[in-house]
Design a protein around this ligand. Structure first.
Ligand code: UD1
Length: 417
């Protein structure tokens, strides 16, 4: 198991290029199940979750090869079984359920268990597919689905769900007739998935709004698609510029998709400018200012940036507040930040953060992907040396983070524990 050893206090300077989006790449790669032609996926991030997805696709009978940031896929004889060993390492594996059901009429997918940031059920995925004609049984922890032929339906989600919207979208593109998804997720990654499907001949309208209409087609065929840049990775580098009082040029930064995050970082005192070369981010104020943030579905403030912005708040000159409204257990970074001198009080879904002048290096432990990013940010700003353990969480979602940070002047080393 690797850890990061970070010596803080260096203002980051230079240029960094953002990789392809993990959360867009996962559903889009599962879309390979739907295709009748060989396909090339471009700008795929080199991450553990992508490797897991490709492993699963290979088990499901799709012929996939990875070459740097390019994935080639060829249709093969589909096998409708996603085993627990893979599903338990990546919840997003559930995204193969819609594509398998619509292609084969049956599927056996292990039920993803709970995870560190909350229970995360998949009831909305199943309810939607049932409305399209599927039936489900639970056997030995596996969801067994049957649907001789999925048909269009009007599906209204009880809550905004990114994965639910994506699963239903993929099921509906090859179903009979029209499907209307109401209260659909508007996240840019959902739009990227819809745009990929449209590029392969799917008939989809309304992506990016809360009502998406899909008219089923007979088959999907295409050539290639380039995955959007990762807005959370980009947001994390913006935060890194802020917390180290550095100056960065961030290339391939999805500025529009980050508008809410950028507005909050500006309110904290950062200068962030969109230029033809990329997004320029700097923090010239001596201290950041405290702000309030409430996580919400897009276009609200993303829960995946909550831990990172909280770390900036730890060093602000005034008090801040965070309200987490998406997941029930997403403050696990708080205890670790406290080990570095942060003053945070959690009460239910809210946290009050009293800014301190300095954070101090410590031994800390990553608990989930974005919590790990927050500890790295804290380490970059802290006095002394920080050891971030269990960085396998980070490797699931950040491509070559230590290399990218080192190139900007940070002192970050990956060390075997
Ligand atoms: C996706 C992202 C994740 C992000 C999250 C919210 C991927 C691979 N992951 O996760 O990084 O933090 O969106 O933006 O894209 N829920 C139910 N029943 C369901 C589905 C969801 O109760 O059937 C609840 C969840 O427990 C959670 C909320 O709805 O409280 C939002 O979850 P959802 O949007 O589905 O998140 P994911 O797709 O799992």
């Amino acid at each position: 198991m690797d850890k990061f050893v970070i010596t803080g206090g260096v203002p980051l300077k230079g240029t960094v290029t953002i990789s392809g989006s993990k959360n867009a790449a996962l559903p889009i790669l599962f879309g390979a199940i739907l295709l009748d032609t060989p396909f090339t996926f471009l700008n795929v991030p080199r991450l553990q979750d992508i490797k897991t997805t490709l492993k699963l696709l290979a088990l499901l009978g799709v012929d996939v090869t990875l070459n740097n940031d390019i994935v080639h896929s060829k249709p093969g004889n589909l096998v409708p079984e996603a085993p627990y060993d893979l599903v338990r390492t990546m919840r997003a594996s559930i995204l193969c359920l819609g594509p398998l059901l619509t292609r084969l009429g049956h599927a056996r997918v292990s039920l993803p268990g709970g995870c560190a940031i909350g229970a995360r059920p998949v009831d909305q995925h199943l309810k939607g597919l049932q409305k399209m004609g599927a039936t489900f049984d639970l056997q030995g922890g596996d969801i067994i689905g049957h649907a001789p032929k999925l048909h269009g339906a009007r599906i209204s989600f009880d809550m905004t769900t990114v994965g639910g919207t994506e699963n239903l979208l993929m099921a509906a593109v090859l179903a009979d007739g029209r499907t209307i998804l109401e209260n659909a997720a508007r996240e840019p990654e959902v739009v990227d998935l819809a745009n990929f499907l449209v590029s392969c001949g799917a008939k989809i309208h309304g992506q990016g709004t809360s009502v998406i209409t899909i008219d089923g087609v007979q088959a999907l065929k295409g050539k290639n698609y380039s995955i959007m840049p990762d807005r959370i990775e980009a947001g994390t580098f913006l935060a890194a510029a802020g917390i180290t009082h550095g100056e960065l040029l961030i290339k391939d930064c999805p500025f529009r998709a980050l508008e809410t995050v950028i507005a909050k970082l500006r309110a904290m005192g950062m200068e962030i400018l969109e230029t033809p070369e990329g997004v320029r981010a700097a923090c010239r104020d001596e201290r950041l200012h405290g702000i309030d943030v409430q996580t919400q579905p897009y276009p609200g403030f993303p829960t995946d940036m909550q831990a990172q912005i909280m770390t900036l708040m730890c060093l602000a000159s005034t008090t801040s507040m965070v309200e987490e409204r998406i997941f029930e257990n997403r403050f696990m970074h708080v205890q670790e930040l406290a080990r570095m001198g942060a003053q945070i009080k959690v009460s239910g879904h809210s946290a009050i953060i009293r800014g301190v002048e300095e954070l101090y290096g410590a031994q800390v432990m990553a608990s989930d992907l974005r919590a790990s990013a927050s500890l790295v940010l804290a380490g970059l700003a802290a006095k002394g040396t920080t050891h971030v353990r269990r960085i396998y969480h980070l490797d699931r979602g950040y491509e070559h983070l230590e290399q990218k940070l080192s190139a900007l002047g940070a002192s970050v080393e990956r060390v075997e524990q």
